[in-house]
Design a protein around this ligand. Structure first.
Ligand SMILES: [Mg+2]
Length: 283
């Protein structure tokens, strides 16, 4: 029985710009043996092709259809589950705009709306052309008027969807505000709580499994975050191999209640290979 592997990226396949030694090779072995490998990341800023180039260079098995970022998942969610949404105001980065356009949505950026608000003295709803939904991600060029545009649209009745609610974004230069900080600002200004697509909500894993014709409850989540990867695995009934190659220590895992612990813990690529072998043979 082939496995469905849902694989987090940062802290599992790579750390910042450096590959985690051996993980790409283990995933390539599993794909060659017939497993479905799909990457799942809360990062909302990049387009799929960016990941394909980067992971292919590391030797990891990947196609444009097997990387589901929170940006891509939000686009898939809107196109599969919210057919009434045609026009979308985007408060986020360029990769998010592109993913939404790829599924045929009519995208207006918060930057465009903010420019019209300033030049024409109109509110954000009019400036954005009465969108059906507002989508938030990490907008590295966030301004007060962009925030106002998003809040105006939601107050006027647009759906509010957050790619993810991660409050912080760890980078090699330190911790920066995450997409969740942007969503929280819009939530505060509009009084509306968004539907969040990314981990720990179940939608990202459900959509990733759907992308290869399977269901998330049969998946093995491979991740390094307790509040994101492990929580999302529990939310969809998936098993979880927890990697100690990222942001979490073994002590933090051992402090969890027995029911909350992952299926297996792996300190490196060798232990990941063994854990996957054990799941395959049922030992
Ligand atoms: Mg991670």
């Amino acid at each position: 029985m082939s496995l469905l592997l849902l694989v987090d990226l940062d802290g599992v396949v790579y750390r910042g710009s450096d590959p985690v030694p051996g993980v790409a090779a283990v995933l390539a072995e599993r794909a060659a043996a017939g497993d479905d490998v799909v990457y799942v990341t809360n990062n909302s800023m990049h387009y799929r092709a960016d990941y394909v180039a980067r992971l292919t260079a590391m030797g990891a098995p990947i196609t444009p259809e097997t990387v589901i970022s929170s940006a891509r998942a939000t686009a898939l969610h809107l196109s599969h589950h919210e057919p009434g949404v045609r026009r979308v105001l985007v408060l986020g980065a360029g990769g998010l705009e592109r993913e939404l356009r790829d599924v045929g949505l009519d995208v207006v950026t918060a930057g465009q709306a903010a420019t019209r608000m300033a030049q024409e003295g109109i509110d954000g709803w009019a400036a954005a052309g009465a969108p059906d939904a507002v989508v938030t991600g990490l907008d590295p060029n966030l301004t007060y008027l962009r925030l106002a545009a998003a809040a105006d649209c939601i107050r006027a009745g647009a759906r509010f969807i957050a790619t993810n609610r991660d409050p912080i974004y760890p980078t090699e230069r330190g911790v920066q505000p995450g997409a969740g900080a942007v969503a929280a600002a819009v939530e505060a200004a509009s009084g509306v709580t968004p539907l969040s697509i990314g981990k720990p909500a179940p939608h990202l894993l459900d959509l990733a499994a759907e992308a290869v014709g399977r269901t998330a409850d049969e998946a093995v989540m491979i991740g390094d975050g307790i509040g994101t990867d492990l929580a999302a695995a529990h939310a969809v009934g998936a098993r979880c191999i927890f990697m100690l190659t990222g942001v979490t220590t073994r002590e933090q895992i051992e402090r969890l209640r027995a029911d909350d612990r992952p299926t297996a813990v792996a300190a490196d690529a060798g232990e990941l290979r063994e854990a996957l072998q054990a799941l395959t043979t049922g030992t």
